[in-house]
Design a protein around this ligand. Structure first.
Ligand code: ADP
Length: 636
């Protein structure tokens, strides 16, 4: 067996030797057992499933949330003549057919999919007919509610692996505390002995914690960069506008810097990344959106302008420095004032009790088959879309509802062949059907808007017939289609015995999540403030022991400095009273008002344009819990 694996490594992947952990993971999988691989970013996790996938009968399904990475990997595999494909939103109808055929004929060995795709009933029905030898779950820490990046759709993957009769599962992650690792193992039934972890300690990274008051941060950062190592550097910030401001400041100071965040146009973002990768720009000032899949070996320094959200995030972000093994500097510009904004992110993700109850009662009133738009519900109940998705997943896991296929409510048809010409290609009943279908639409200047659900009703045909007809015309090249208004379909499976008990359980679950986020932040603050070796503290968080201090972090070098205390202002009662008197509908509940005053946006307040109100964020420096308590107190 070992020989066969080695042969594959050299012949197919053109690599000489395994990196730490790879061989053990591959042998475990080939022996028919599931495994958990915890390797640092760049440690070579992908090979752990790519190689065995070629040696097993059947298809390997790779679940990855990162579309850009998926594309890179599939391109690389195809360049090595490995039959791999990906299904994401950019794949069109023709490509889809080729992929489906490949899956059925067994000519595709690795199929990369986004987790959302696995919510599609029709796609699942297709998968069930196939033999799936392995499921690889990338970013597996997303299954864990203890983790720093919980994704509701991941919770369903374990159930899916068993529904699909998958031979074995490989869970992969670069960051997992012992608790998160345990939850991953439990979810996918992985033996403790098959949890394979290479060390977290990176000896070439020198960590410095450099406390600084909020107002002096820019100058402080400039000094650090000027006296730091030359070459490529990333400055991480929390907010998009901070990225812009800090990049502009560094440029004014004569440094070669550029901003990067998810709010930039695709084109601008690509240019920034390209400039950094080629070395045309030294410093990129970025939100955490930057870094996934950045394969640059010679990054010499990582600066944190703001505190990271968690030590998992911190580990991942500093892990991008010094991949070439050469000494690199990681500097945290630490100000406890950052905690406020970060805490507020978590508070914004907890629905208030009335909204949650309203939402559950709405769901329980639905018929056996129903559909919804997360966007619409978000506005209706003033709950963030991500929270609604989480809630729906909880309800699926409780067995109350079950997702069916998502569908679109609106199709815009652009005629490449004129409408009459399209109809003229068909005869008899089909021509009449198309003419009647087009007549249900609303003609705009360029697009004919069709609503398949309503059209199906008025023409007394199946909705699927309409979709098939439109799909056929598109494939033929006679029309162009655009879809809008996605709705997720559900089936009511088993309504709960007591709605109130369900609501209470869910409320408690959301509160626990909020509490854990806040604890994670506190752990960052505690770690930054202690005076022992920073590397020892960091790896201990991930359950490892570093026997000796690293010798080159600022604590080891005796340069530990105390942090300025967190700035906290008194709550100004007059502003609370004033807002209550103004009586905004979107701020009716104490939590809604407290969020608004602390600068946390919510769907309803945004739609009521309250973000521009002068009182928005006026209590941003006060503790949220205190503001919340005061907003709930009856006014004299
Ligand atoms: P991860 O997913 O753990 O972040 P990747 O799987 O993307 O890491 O691998 C990082 C890089 O290391 C890739 O360029 C990959 O080709 C390379 N690599 C992986 N395994 C080996 C190996 N055994 N020998 C040499 N290079 C390897």
């Amino acid at each position: 067996m070992l020989e066969a694996i080695q042969q594959r490594l050299q012949d197919t992947f053109q690599l000489q030797a395994f990196r730490p952990g790879q061989q053990q993971v591959i042998e475990t999988l080939l022996a028919g057992r599931s495994a958990l691989a915890v390797f640092p970013t760049g440690g070579g996790k992908s090979l752990c499933y790519q190689l065995p996938a070629l040696m097993l009968d059947g298809l390997t399904l790779v679940v990855s949330p990162l579309i850009a990475l998926m594309k890179d990997q599939v391109d690389q595999l195809n360049a090595l003549n490995i039959p791999a494909a990906r299904l994401d939103s950019s794949v069109d109808g023709d490509q889809l057919k080729v992929i489906y055929r490949g899956m059925e004929e067994g000519s595709i060995k690795l199929l990369y999919v986004a987790p959302e795709r696995l919510a599609n009933e029709r796609f699942l029905a297709r998968l069930k007919r196939l033999s799936i030898s392995m499921m690889a779950v990338d970013e597996a820490h997303c299954v864990s509610e203890w983790g720093h990046n919980f994704r509701p759709d991941y919770l369903k993957l374990a159930q899916l692996a068993s529904d699909l009769n998958v031979g074995r599962v490989l869970a992969l992650t670069a960051t997992a505390t012992p608790q998160v690792a345990e939850q991953i193992r439990d979810s996918f039934a992985i033996d403790q002995a098959d949890h394979i972890q290479t060390g977290f300690f990176r000896p070439n990274l020198a960590i410095t914690v450099s406390p600084c008051a909020q107002q002096q941060r820019d100058e402080h950062l400039f000094k650090l960069i000027s006296s730091g190592p030359a070459g490529a550097a990333i400055v991480y910030v929390t907010l998009q506008n901070t990225a812009e401001q800090v990049a502009a400041f560094l440029k004014r100071k004569g440094l070669s810097a550029i901003a990067y965040h998810a709010g930039l146009k695709d084109e601008v973002r690509h240019q920034a990344q390209e400039a950094f990768m080629t070395g045309a720009v030294d410093i990129v000032v970025a939100t955490i959106a930057f870094g996934m899949g950045i394969d640059k070996a010679d990054i010499r320094a990582i600066y944190h302008y703001n505190l990271p959200k968690s030590l998992e995030n911190y580990m991942q972000e500093i892990g991008r420095a010094g991949r070439d093994g050469k000494p690199s500097q990681c500097t945290l510009v630490a100000s406890l004032d950052d905690l406020t904004v970060l805490e507020n992110f978590s508070y914004g993700d907890t629905p208030d009790d009335e909204s949650l109850a309203g939402l559950i009662h709405w769901l329980l009133r639905q018929p056996e088959q129903f559909d919804l738009s997360v966007h619409e519900l978000s506005g209706l109940f003033d709950v963030r879309p991500l929270v609604i998705n989480t809630l729906l997943t909880y309800l699926e896991l409780e067995g109350v509802i079950r997702a069916t296929s998502p569908f679109y409510t609106e199709y815009k048809v652009g005629f490449i062949t004129p409408q009459d010409g399209v109809i003229a290609q068909f005869d008899g009943e089909r021509a009449a059907f198309l003419a009647a279908l087009f007549a249900t639409g609303k003609q705009g200047r360029t697009w004919l808007t069709l609503k398949p659900i309503e059209a199906a009703e008025s023409l007394q045909v199946e909705r699927l017939r309409i979709l098939n007809a439109l799909g056929y015309l598109e494939q033929q090249g006679s029309v162009e289609l655009r879809v809008a208004g996605v709705r997720q379909g559900y089936r009511m499976v088993a309504p709960p015995a007591s709605a109130d008990a369900l609501i209470e359980r869910l409320q408690a679950q959301f509160r626990r999540r909020e509490q854990r986020d806040i604890e994670r932040l506190q752990q960052v603050a505690d770690w930054a403030q202690h005076s022992r070796c920073y590397q020892q503290g960091l790896v201990a968080y991930f359950g490892e022991t570093l026997p000796k201090p690293c010798g080159h972090c600022s604590a080891c070098l005796g340069k530990h400095a105390a942090m300025p205390p967190r700035h906290r202002s008194e709550v100004d009662m007059t502003v609370i009273k004033k807002m209550q008197e103004e009586g905004h509908k979107a701020l009716a509940s104490p939590r809604q008002l407290a969020r608004f005053l602390c600068g946390i946006s919510s769907p309803k307040a945004s739609r009521a344009r309250l973000g521009r109100h002068s009182a928005f964020a006026s209590l941003v420096d006060a503790p949220f819990s205190e503001v919340l308590a005061l907003c709930g107190r009856p006014q004299p």
